[in-house]
Design a protein around this ligand. Structure first.
Ligand SMILES: [Zn+2]
Length: 433
């Protein structure tokens, strides 16, 4: 445990801490943020005594933050500190146009480091581990580096620098890697092309973040066998906190490890109703900052759809566990049925080793026409796919059975589709090209 006092606190202790911090954070927000003063004008914020009253406050949408920055660049009306106190600025990849900028004060940098350090420690990173940093700066790489350095060693590499990454393992004693679930098999192929056995690399631990997939047993087994390593899942978000969820060695799901820093809620995405945290519950994750100076967020809708996996664990951590099911932003509605691209990928990855889990959903027309079945999906086959026609038919049948929509599956050679080291883009809007 990196911080047992926080991560193993009883439910009552955590609730007391979160109530007190929420009160202080709301006082701060009302004193310093024009955005929230206006947003909460009709609410008696003084009557909110703890997290149990959060439902009285409206949600914060990503689109509001974007508009706030367009109106008052560069930080927007939601900045709550003096501009000269901003020490680090991240941009989040604007999937729709212009990026948004996220500022951190020196204090915020420390808070994000603390959360990420707890997460990577839960994932099994230990002193002596050396971790090449290959993720793009878009995705808060500096906070990951801070956390790697709080535990072991970081080795900055850069994005798409495969040979330098390989050298970090061969010559600089790297032991672990943070990447997406789809990256390791791509990396294995790059190694094999260079005549290097992936098992000889000394890569002992892969921390797969940013997307679902690592939790699919077939995918996990294949990656672990290829590298002779352990694969652990972790997750966070550039808006609310770099890294706040991580699997422990029991691997039931990703524990919440942001006690005292972030308050998570799970809501019904349609009604906005707060759902009680219990194993099996699914809904959208909503996060409230508890200790943030530059851009505190209150009830931020993450658009991540999650399922609660467990609320107790033998490791002693008390934070509940989740798996990410998908993101509302990517949601396709095929004849009235909600289809998460991540779920499509999971089904196709379930055919490993005949498939390698890399897919791209092609939208040839703007929705809703573009969502009409059969939905065109490209998927890479594995190295030994067998009969391609039969495989495509079997995948189409399983998609129909599990996700209730009709697809036209086109199998392509491994290495054909684009690779992403962090969040994979699963939907390609061909009509915009
Ligand atoms: Zn655990």
């Amino acid at each position: 445990m990196f911080n047992a006092g926080a991560e193993c606190a009883s439910a009552a202790e955590t609730a007391r801490l979160h109530d007190a911090r929420l009160r202080a954070q709301l006082d701060y927000v009302m004193a310093h943020s024009d955005f929230y003063r206006e947003k909460f004008a009709a609410v008696d914020v003084g009557r909110i005594t703890g997290t149990g009253d959060l439902a009285a406050l409206p949600f914060t949408e990503k689109s509001e933050l974007r508009e706030s920055q367009l109106a008052v660049p560069p930080f927007g009306r939601h900045i709550a500190c003096a501009p000269q106190d901003v020490r680090r600025v991240y941009s989040t990849s604007g999937t729709t146009g212009r990026p948004t900028y996220i500022g951190l004060t020196a204090h915020d940098v420390g808070v994000w480091r603390e959360a990420a350090t707890r997460a990577f420690w839960a994932n099994g990173l230990r002193p002596g581990d050396r971790v090449p940093l290959v993720v793009s700066p878009f995705v808060v790489a500096a906070s990951y580096a801070d956390a790697f350095e709080a535990i072991g060693t970081s080795i900055p590499i850069g994005v798409n620098m495969t040979d330098r990454l390989i050298d970090a393992f061969r010559f600089a004693g790297a032991t672990a890697l943070l990447c997406t679930a789809s990256y390791p098999l791509h990396f294995a192929r790059a190694l094999e092309e260079r005549g290097i056995d992936p098992r000889s690399l000394g890569l002992r631990r892969i921390m797969a973040g940013g997307e679902p997939g690592a939790s699919i047993p077939e995918v996990r087994r294949q990656i672990e066998q290829t590298f002779d390593c352990t694969l652990m899942e972790c997750s966070g978000n550039g808006d609310y906190c770099a890294m706040t969820w991580a699997e422990c060695e029991h691997r039931h799901g990703m524990h919440f490890v942001g006690q005292g820093l972030i308050h998570p809620e799970i809501i019904d995405p349609d009604s906005g109703e707060v759902l009680a945290i219990a194993a099996g519950v699914t809904g959208e994750l909503v996060c409230t900052s508890l200790d943030r100076e530059c851009m505190p967020l209150v009830r931020f809708r993450t658009r991540d759809h999650v399922q609660v996996t467990h609320t107790e664990c033998d490791c002693g951590r008390t934070g509940f566990g989740i798996r990410i099911i998908g993101r509302t932003d990517d949601l396709l509605i095929v004849r009235g049925v909600n289809v998460y691209p991540a779920a499509v990928r999971d089904v196709i990855a379930g055919f490993a080793p005949h498939t390698n889990g890399v897919i791209e959903i092609q939208l040839h027309e703007a929705p809703p026409a573009g969502w009409e079945p059969p939905v065109h999906i490209l998927a890479e086959h594995g190295d030994t796919p067998g009969d391609l026609g039969a495989l495509a038919q079997a995948i189409e049948a399983r998609l129909r059975e599990k996700l209730i929509f009709r697809a036209r599956l086109e199998l392509v050679a491994p290495g054909t589709l684009p690779r992403y080291e962090y969040k994979a883009k699963l939907v390609r809007e061909r009509y915009k090209e």
